[in-house]
Design a protein around this ligand. Structure first.
Ligand code: SF4
Length: 516
């Protein structure tokens, strides 16, 4: 017996083509074909055309291939990607031996934020053409990632006040010591300490000014768009709340947004964006109770979007008094009937309560009510607040109650993608600053995810064939499209319904450029 040993002699020159080193179904081959398919210049990537003078730039397809390959394998920083270019055989093949510097790699991502979004949307429309995205049911959910801003550099008014109080206490303490100090050296030391605390005070006052000028409840000094978000149960960190829309058919991503620290006001914007992108007349959405807001559901209804959002429990339920379910609403008279049988009326005034607009309902019968102790502790009697969008909320709750199996799809459609992105690819933090740049990283991740899903669903051969076919098809269609626009005056024809319908059906992925 002997150990297994290699037959390769390190000192022997061997004739090997890079082509032989990359397996037939390698992800690198898929990325290669996919990026070649994209109309990079139309999508807005820089340096598609080079200058006549100066050092020639890398073509954007080289760097886009590098990013799409790297993100799949958890290589996200420019240093790691550059290092991979030096040692990874598949990248030698993919980039034909090119080795862009870390700085070039870094600036490509930074300067092409909008182009990454366009590329992702272009791919979504391709997936819709291939019938992998249906555009019937959209599940929306969110996940949090950490920003390039520490908690130390994030302030709200409460935190600033706490720091200022601490500094004032320190200054008082040093001044008392100064009054009692006798030696010149001690006095000099204490004077320096007081001066240091006063400098810190000025710095915090400047931050307070910035916070007031911004009109926001918090301010981040390193990445101004980042916000304090709850990452886990009680763990707060500075980051971004990423909204993701997923089509129910094959669980593919359709769109993304960020900006709010929670989901309360995200539903309508996400659903309308997806509906416009997918060019569908109606859409159904599945969301958890974090998204259930009357105003958002009403906006969805106005835009032909049917919501299935988990209903929230009424806040009065657990205080031991009569819950809201014991009060019956009558739409006809716009009144409530209480458990004692009294009719509660409204004066039709609408009050602002936080982010909600509500009407109040009261009755004079409370004064002499025998069961008042079971109903209210308010000395003026019970009054009920009803949101102006309460009917929408009730209709939404009814839909969820009547279709429990359909609603249960939500978890299956959205949750597992987040696990893949965060646990397998390490997307728990962003490397970039600013909302637009952070979203470009999100779109890049989502594009890679969709590409791999399409690879799994269709198989390598079918997907490669479709991409190659589309590449040819796209160049022909685009030329024809541009020719038609110039010949028949686009601005007149764009309002013609039949024209829009025809081209949406035939060239839906090109519609992206018309909208942009
Ligand atoms: S306290 Fe007022 S609202 Fe409550 S049961 Fe009595 S009459 Fe009705």
């Amino acid at each position: 017996m002997h150990h297994l040993d290699s037959e390769i002699d390190r000192n022997q020159i061997s004739m090997v083509a890079l082509e032989e080193l990359v397996s037939e179904n390698s992800y690198a081959r898929l990325v290669d074909v996919f990026v070649e398919t994209l109309p990079l210049e139309k999508l807005g990537f820089t340096h598609c055309q080079h200058e006549k003078e100066g050092r020639p730039p890398y073509h954007p397809k080289v760097l886009l291939k590098l990013y799409m390959y790297g993100y799949r394998h958890g290589l996200r920083s420019s240093q790691k990607l550059h290092q991979a270019c030096l040692v990874n055989v598949e990248l030698w093949w993919l980039l034909k031996g090119l080795k862009p510097s870390p700085r070039t790699i870094l600036y490509f991502r930074k300067n092409n934020a909008q182009a990454f979004k366009n590329a992702f949307q272009h791919f979504v429309l391709m997936l819709k053409e291939w019938k992998l995205i249906e555009g019937e049911t959209l599940a929306i959910d969110s996940f949090k990632i950490r920003a390039q801003n520490s908690l130390k550099n994030n302030f709200n008014q409460k935190k600033i006040d706490r720091h200022l109080d601490y500094i004032d206490g320190k200054i008082d303490h040093y001044q008392q010591q100064l009054e009692q100090a006798e030696g010149e050296e001690d006095k000099a030391q204490l004077t320096t300490k007081i001066a240091h605390q006063k400098t810190k005070r000025v710095a915090y006052q400047s931050i307070e000014k910035q916070l007031k000028a911004s009109g926001q409840s918090q301010i981040s000094l390193v990445d101004p768009d980042a916000r304090g978000v709850i990452l886990h149960r009680n763990v707060v960190n500075v980051g971004y709340n990423i909204q993701a829309g997923c089509d129910a058919k094959h669980k593919l991503f359709t769109n993304a947004q960020t900006g709010n620290v929670n989901d309360t006001h995200a539903l309508a914007d996400m659903a309308i964006e997806a509906k416009d992108l997918l060019q569908v007349d109606t859409l159904k959405t599945l969301t958890d109770k974090g998204y259930t807001t009357g105003a958002e559901i009403a906006r969805c209804t106005q835009n032909n979007i049917t919501t299935y959002s988990s209903p929230k429990e009424h806040s009065s339920k657990k205080n031991g008094l009569y819950p809201m379910q014991n009060f019956t609403y009558s739409k006809k008279g716009d009144t409530y009937t209480c458990p004692a049988g009294a009719v509660m009326h409204t004066n039709d005034s609408v009050y602002q309560k936080g982010n909600h607009r509500v009407k109040h309902y009261k009755t004079k019968a409370c004064k002499t009510c025998a069961v008042r102790h079971l109903c209210t502790i308010n000395k003026n009697g019970r009054f009920i607040e009803r949101g102006v969008h309460q009917e929408e909320l009730e209709r939404n709750a009814q839909r969820v109650t009547n279709n429990p199996d359909y609603y249960r799809l939500r978890q299956q459609v959205t949750e597992h993608q987040f696990g893949t992105l965060k646990r397998q690819w390490g997307f728990t933090y962003t490397l970039l600053r600013g909302k637009e740049n952070v979203l470009s990283e999100v779109y890049l991740n989502f594009s890679v995810y969709n590409l791999i899903r399409a690879f799994r669903i269709l198989g390598p051969k079918v997907l490669m064939a479709k991409l190659k076919e589309l590449s040819l098809c796209f160049s022909c269609q685009y030329e024809a499209f541009i020719a038609i626009l110039s010949d028949f005056h686009y601005h007149v024809l764009i309002h013609c319904f039949s024209f829009k319908t025809y081209f949406r059906a035939r060239t839906s992925h090109l519609w992206l450029y018309c909208r942009n």
